[in-house]
Every structure is written in structure tokens, then in C-alpha cells.
Design a binder for this molecule. Structure first.
Ligand SMILES: Nc1ncnc2c1ncn2[C@@H]1O[C@H](COP(=O)(O)OP(=O)(O)OP(=O)(O)O)[C@@H](O)[C@H]1O
Length: 234
């Protein structure tokens, strides 16, 4: 049986404001195995961002159990969540969030330099080069982000997300800021990474891109509509 990366059981999220309770997620069960490529899509307000935020330990559930690589992360302090997030989660956002003052190389190296145990410069160089190769951007290592196209910047953001060898890549509308050709190239990179073993969970509005994932989840009104058991390939 393949290794379980993510296991959520009965995850709910309730947002409470003065006069209103919103049940953003309603008892979500979700298992993601090593090597899976999962897309989450659904209409505006169905809970996609909330689910991704909980998966990425940016927010905590109101109820339920969440386990990452065997570690129960259902109920952490902010500091504990930040530590596990840094070591186990790679994020890719719609906006690339690169630092314009740093070279491509230094942007990609950043997560390694924030680790508790910072690797040697030689180890950092080896790892950064390997990740730039994975996204076909080795030839731009000494450029600055603003000297690159949007699609190239997103590929650098993917390299940065991969550099610390996370358990899973969480991807939020990766093509939202790109024209269709650059968007297709970014999706090709994600597919190639998944084919070589990277576990990916992506939120997207675009049905064409959602269909590129091996498993497609549909969220509606805080509940998963299809295929909650991702051990069955769709
Ligand atoms: N901080 C918050 N406080 C109160 N309600 C919230 C909060 N964040 C989200 N919600 C509500 O939770 C529900 C799910 O929101 P969420 O942002 O997860 O949807 P979404 O599917 O990502 O939408 P979109 O595609 O428009 O980004 C919505 O009804 C939203 O209004």
C-alpha cells in the first residue's frame, strides 16, 4: 500500500461573526497518498480556500482530525504550525510572491536558509540547481524576478516550493495571473513533477486544468461531492 501523506477525518470549519455562523467545511474526509495529484474545484464560496488554508496549516479546523505524514496536526499552537508548515508544505500561489531584490538562485534558496538546521552553501547550491533544472529554469539562475516573464516567475516559485523537499505541494490557482500559453507551460511542469513522484493538491476554477489532475474533487457548499477515497484512482 502506498504511503499516506495527508489524512483528514471529519474536518469542519465554522466562521463565527457577531450575528452569523458560516459552516465553510462540513465533515471533510480526505486521504492523499504519496504520488497523488488531486484537484479541488467548485463554485465561489464553496470552501476551497478554507480547505487549502487548513491543509497548509495556515488555519486550524473547528473540529476533526488532521494527520500529515503520521503526525497529528489537528490542534497546534501558531509556532508549532509554522514549524511543521515550513518543513512539510510547499506553497504555490496565484501571485508568485518572489522577492525582486534577490536573484532567482537566492529566491529558490530562501526556504533552506530559514530551516532550523541550515544546510552548507554547497548543499544549498546542489539542491537549488536540481530544483531549477526540474522547472527548466537553470539558465536564469542569476536573473532577477522582474527580468522574467510571468510563466517563468511561476516556475521559479515552483522550484522554491520544492527546494526543502516538502511532503506535499499545495497549489492555489497557479495559472490565475498567466496567459493561456504560459499557464499551459506551468501545468506541464506540475504534471512532469507529479510523474516523477511529487504529491500535489491544487485548487483551481479552471475545469480544463482541474481535469489534468489524476483525481478531481468537487466541493459544494462545504462538502466533497465526488470520490472522497483517493486511494481509488479516478
Ligand atoms: N474569515 C472568514 N470569516 C467569515 N466567513 C468566512 C471567512 N472566510 C471564509 N468565509 C466564508 O466561508 C465560505 C467559504 O469561503 P472560501 O473562501 O473557502 O470559498 P472559496 O471556494 O475559496 O471561494 P472563491 O472561489 O470565491 O475564492 C464562504 O461562505 C465565505 O464567505
Amino acid at each position: 500500500m502506498s504511503e499516506i501523506k495527508i489524512k483528514m477525518t471529519g474536518i469542519s470549519k465554522i466562521f463565527e461573526t457577531e450575528d452569523l455562523e458560516t459552516h465553510a467545511l462540513k465533515s471533510i474526509d480526505l486521504t492523499i497518498n504519496a504520488g497523488d495529484y488531486v484537484s479541488i474545484s467548485g463554485p465561489s464560496g464553496c470552501g476551497k480556500s478554507t480547505l487549502l488554508a487548513i491543509l497548509g496549516l495556515l488555519d486550524m479546523p473547528s473540529a476533526g482530525e488532521y494527520i500529515i505524514e503520521g503526525e497529528n496536526v489537528s490542534d497546534l499552537t501558531l509556532d508549532q504550525a509554522a514549524e511543521i508548515r515550513n518543513s512539510k508544505i510547499g506553497f504555490i500561489f496565484q501571485s508568485f510572491n518572489l522577492i525582486d531584490e534577490l536573484s532567482v538562485f537566492d529566491n529558490v534558496a530562501l526556504p533552506l536558509r530559514y530551516k532550523d538546521k541550515v544546510p552548507s552553501d554547497a548543499e544549498i547550491a546542489t539542491r537549488v540547481k536540481a530544483c531549477l533544472e526540474m522547472v527548466d529554469m537553470s539558465h536564469r539562475a542569476s536573473h532577477k524576478p522582474n527580468q522574467l516573464s510571468g510563466g517563468q516567475q511561476q516556475r521559479i516559485a515552483i522550484a522554491r516550493a520544492l527546494v526543502a523537499e516538502p511532503a506535499i505541494l499545495l497549489v492555489d490557482e497557479p495559472t490565475g495571473n498567466l496567459d493561456s500559453k504560459s499557464g499551459d507551460q506551468v501545468m506541464d511542469v506540475l504534471e512532469k513533477l507529479n510523474n516523477s513522484g511529487t504529491t500535489i493538491c491544487m485548487v483551481t476554477h479552471d475545469p480544463r486544468y482541474a481535469d489534468m489532475a489524476k483525481t478531481q474533487l468537487k466541493l459544494l457548499d462545504g462538502s466533497i461531492l465526488t470520490s472522497p477515497d483517493l486511494q481509488v484512482a479516478v
